[in-house]
Design a protein around this ligand. Structure first.
Ligand code: 1QQ
Length: 392
C-alpha cells in the first residue's frame, strides 16, 4: 500500500535555510562497513542483489553514545545478512556529529555521489527534520531507527521509522508510574531547542492533563547546559510526586544527578532519550528509579533476543541497548525489502518497505502503518541496581 503523499520541501528551500549548498561533503569520508565498497553503480550480480546503503549517524561529539550503539547494531546485522547471502548491502557510514547541517550534507553526498539505494538514520529527530524532506524529494527511502518525535514518517512517502514515538512510549511509562506511586502532582522539565525533547514535552503535558494530574511547574533548558540549579530549585519548591523529563542522555543524566544532590526524591519518568546505558554511566546511583518505556528488553526470555545479546556482547564487549537493537532490526527490515524488491531501484525498495507487515525481529513483531510509522507495544522499564529492569 502506498503512503498518502505529503507536501514536499524543496532542496533549494532547505539548503538556503541552512546556508549551505547542495552536494557539500559531510566533512568525513564514507566508511565501508560489513563489506567492500562497490563502484557507484550497483546492480544485481547473479541472484544476489547488491545495493549501497547510506548511514547517517552521530559518531563524534555529544550523543556519540547513541551513534556507537546504532552503527554497532548495523554492522553486526550486516555481517549476518552478508553471510546469509540473499542480498548484499554495502554500508557507507557518515558522521553527522548530531548537527542538522552536517547530517544534511552527509545525506546529500550519500544520495548524489555514492548513489545509495536507501539511507538508515539520522539519529536525532532534529536532524531527520531536514534530511527526511531531502531524501523524500530525491526519492530515496530512509529509515529512522531512533527518531521518535511526532510527525517524522509523515514527512513523506519515502520516510519510515522503526523506533516507537514519544507519543507511544510516554503514556505507557506515565501510566505505570502513576499506578505505582499514587501520583497527583507532576513537574515537567524539557529541552526547548530540540525537536525530540519538545515533542516529548508536548506528549507529557497532554498525558498529565488527560489524567487530571496537577502540573506544578514547567521548566526549560538548552542543549549542553551544565547547571540546572534554577530549574530544580523551582521544582523542589512545588513538591511534585513525579518529575517528567524530556531530555537526551547528556542533559537528562546531569539533571537527575543534580536533583538527587539537592535532596529531590520524586521519581523521574523519561522519554526515549533516557533509554541508554550512558545515563547510568553519567548519573551513577542518581539514575536509580528512572522509569522509561521501550520496545527493547535485553533480558527477555526469547531465543532471538538472547542470540543477539550474546553475539553483540562478544563482538563489542558490552551489552546492546535499545539503539543497537532498533538499528539491527532496521537493517534486517531493509534487507527483507531489498530481497522482495529484487533490485537496487529506490522506488521498488520503497514500495517493498511500505508493504512490511508482521516482520519478526528482536524487538518483537513489527509492521509499518500506512504512514510508515511503527506498530509495536512498548515495555516499561526502570533502572534498578545499575541496570534497566522490568518495572513492576
Ligand atoms: C530523537 C530521539 C533521540 C533520543 C535519539 C537519540 O528519540 O531525536 O528522536
Amino acid at each position: 500500500m502506498r503512503k498518502f503523499s505529503k507536501g514536499l520541501i524543496s532542496l533549494v528551500a532547505v539548503s538556503s535555510l541552512l546556508g549551505i549548498t547542495a552536494c557539500g561533503g559531510g566533512g568525513t569520508s564514507s566508511e565501508p562497513a560489513g563489506g567492500e565498497k562497490p563502484a557507484a553503480e550497483t546492480a544485481a550480480s547473479g541472484d544476489t542483489v547488491n545495493v549501497n546503503v547510506g548511514v547517517v549517524s552521530i559518531l563524534t561529539g555529544s550523543g556519540a553514545g547513541y551513534g556507537e550503539a546504532i552503527t554497532n547494531g548495523l554492522k553486526l546485522a550486516n555481517k549476518e545478512i552478508t553471510e546469509q547471502g540473499k542480498v548484499k548491502l554495502n554500508l557507507l557510514i557518515e558522521d553527522s556529529a548530531g548537527k542538522q547541517e552536517q547530517a544534511l550534507s552527509s545525506a546529500q553526498k550519500l544520495m548524489n555521489s555514492d548513489n545509495v539505494s536507501a539511507i538508515i538514520g539520522p539519529t536525532l529527530s532534529t536532524e531527520m527534520n531536514v534530511v527526511g524532506p531531502e531524501a523524500d524529494m530525491n526519492g530515496v527511502p530512509i529509515i529512522g531507527t531512533s527518531t521518535t518525535a511526532q510527525g517524522i514518517p509523515q514527512i513523506g512517502d519515502y520516510v519510515f521509522r522503526n523506533s516507537i514515538p514519544e507519543s507511544m512510549a510516554i503514556p505507557a511509562s506515565i501510566d505505570a508510574a502513576v499506578k505505582a506511586y499514587d501520583v497527583k502532582k507532576v513537574a515537567i522539565i524539557y529541552g526547548n531547542d530540540d525537536v525530540f525533547t519538545k515533542s516529548g514535552f508536548d506528549t507529557m503535558k497532554a498525558v498529565a492533563e488527560e489524567k487530571g494530574l496537577e502540573i506544578t511547574t514547567i521548566e526549560e533548558f538548552q542543549k549542553g547546559q551544565a547547571d540546572y540549579n534554577a530549574q530544580l530549585t523551582k521544582i523542589k519548591g512545588t513538591n511534585p510526586d513525579l518529575i517528567l523529563a524530556s531530555a537526551l542522555y547528556n542533559e537528562g543524566a546531569v539533571i537527575m544527578s543534580q536533583a538527587r544532590k539537592m535532596g529531590i526524591t520524586a521519581p523521574f519518568v523519561g522519554g526515549n532519550g533516557f533509554n541508554s546505558p550512558e545515563v547510568i554511566k553519567i548519573a551513577g546511583e542518581a539514575a536509580e528509579g528512572l522509569i522509561v518505556a521501550t520496545p527493547w528488553f535485553g533480558d527477555k526470555q526469547d531465543e532471538k533476543v538472547q542470540a543477539f545479546v550474546e553475539k553483540y556482547t562478544a563482538e563489542y564487549g558490552k551489552a546492546p541497548d535499545q539503539f543497537a537493537a532498533q538499528a539491527y532490526d532496521a537493517l534486517y527490515v531493509l534487507a527483507d525489502a531489498v530481497e522482495r524488491a529484487g533490485s537496487d531501484d529506490r522506488d521498488a525498495i520503497r514500495d517493498a518497505l511500505a508493504e512490511t507487515k508482521g516482520f519478526k525481529g528482536i524487538l518483537g513483531e513489527m509492521s509499518f502503518d500506512e504512514e510508515g510509522d511503527i506498530v509495536m507495544d512498548p515495555t516499561v522499564l526502570t533502572i534498578k541496581d545499575g541496570k534497566f529492569q522490568l518495572f513492576q
